[in-house]
Design a protein around this ligand. Structure first.
Ligand code: A5P
Length: 231
């Protein structure tokens, strides 16, 4: 396990401390969220936690949760007690870019239903401004996707179709993903509104004012960052 993997795990374990027996929990997606799912599975197996029901944000997380016999349910309008997930970029106000793993739509649906949403990651994920390093992943309907791409370009973005080899990457919802690189700095709220207004856009990876808390693992330990409403 290299440093970064150890950091991801440390951040995940901090968030898992929030899980209490009886909770409805949203399970994130990606190489950091994976550690939270495994830790939850271990606690259920060891009897430290019971009566947990979880909803997965991707097929991949669903498969992992099943391996650990975490009881799963399909979201049916419930409010979740807690959701835990990784991110691609995090700004000082706990706004995030998510979705480089391709699961942004299910993540946003699930995480917007959680009373408490905890973001976890290593220190490479923190930025001053969103878009500094990561593109904004945007899930689009395959029908007419080039027309959607043009409209995204008009927002000052450089949208690149996410590929697997030479074929488009297909999301769990059977859509494409455009990785939208910002040509200039943008205002996250305005950009989120502009993206959401484009026909063919299913969801975008700007997760604004959603997280209550973030755990960022550094070389010297795990830092807790509070969301605006909690500060
Ligand atoms: C999945 O679609 C993403 O939103 C992930 O949560 C994000 O990409 C972080 O992934 P890693 O923990 O693998 O960096």
């Amino acid at each position: 396990v290299n440093d970064l993997e150890a950091q991801k795990k440390q951040a995940a374990l901090k968030a898992v401390e929030y899980i209490q027996s009886g909770m409805l929990v949203g399970l994130g997606t990606g190489s950091t969220a994976k550690y939270a799912i495994i830790a939850l599975g271990e606690r259920l197996r060891g009897g430290q936690l019971k009566d947990i029901r979880a909803v997965a944000t991707s097929r991949a997380s669903e498969v992992l949760a099943r391996e650990w016999q975490i009881p799963l349910f399909e979201l049916d309008g419930e409010t979740l007690d807690l959701a835990i997930d990784g991110m691609d970029e995090l700004d000082p106000e706990l706004n995030a870019i998510k979705g480089l793993g391709g699961a942004l739509t299910r993540e946003k649906i699930v995480e917007s239903c959680a009373d408490t949403f905890i973001l976890i990651g290593d220190e490479t994920k923190t930025v001053i401004r969103l878009g500094e390093k990561a593109p904004i992943p945007v899930e689009v309907v395959p029908f007419g996707w080039k027309a959607t791409q043009k409209k995204l370009e008009a927002l000052g973005l450089r949208p690149e179709l996410r590929l697997v080899g030479t074929e488009p990457f297909i999301t769990d919802n059977h859509n494409f993903i455009l990785h939208c690189h910002a040509r200039v700095a943008f205002m996250p709220k305005q950009m989120a509104a502009d993206l959401a207004s484009i026909p063919g856009v299913v969801e975008h990876g700007l997760f604004l004012e959603m997280a209550s808390l973030a755990y960022i693992a550094t070389q010297t330990g795990v830092q807790a960052l509070q969301g605006k409403e909690q500060a």
